[in-house]
Design a binder for this molecule. Structure first.
Ligand code: DUR
Ligand code: ZN
Length: 132
């Protein structure tokens, strides 16, 4: 599965977004090292703080199915620049993904920004910061 194909998977997942409040559809596609793809979309709620982003949907789906080794995640939305993941997703990605996992950000115009999970959240709070 190459970058282009992973972006297509993210766009397919985006179509399933449940966004009656923001109307802002986001899709993600997470590729495991074993070659499986988990799609994710944002899922909103009338209690707004319960909204879940596309990135976390994909990650939680994979993790809950026992898939914990990831090659790449692609994220897409109809934004001017490649869609930037929110702070909450950056924190969750930093916990569950290796620092060198590929992060492919894109938009519906085809602009692409590729970086690593480590670059998404420099100085992330982590388990190493907890007292034992
Ligand atoms: O990277 C992002 C940014 C925002 N959202 C969602 C959360 C909410 O449903 C809507 C507007 O913030 O977009 C995502 O899913 N991923
Ligand atoms: Zn988010």
């Amino acid at each position: 599965m190459n970058t282009e194909q992973l972006i297509i998977e993210a766009k397919t997942a985006r179509e399933r977004a449940y966004v009656p409040y923001s109307t802002f559809k986001v899709g993600a596609a997470l590729l495991t090292k074993s070659g499986k793809v988990f799609g994710g979309c944002n899922i909103e709620n009338a209690a707004y703080s319960m909204c879940n982003c596309a990135e976390r949907t994909a990650l939680f789906k994979a993790y809950s199915e026992g898939e914990t080794d990831f090659e790449a995640i692609a994220v897409v939305a109809d934004t001017k620049r490649p869609v930037p993941p929110c702070g909450a997703c950056r924190q969750v990605i930093s916990e569950l993904c290796s620092k060198d996992m590929k992060v492919i950000l894109t938009n519906m115009n085809g602009d692409i920004e590729q970086l690593t999970a480590g670059e998404l959240l420099p100085g992330a709070f982590s388990a190493e910061d907890l007292n034992d």
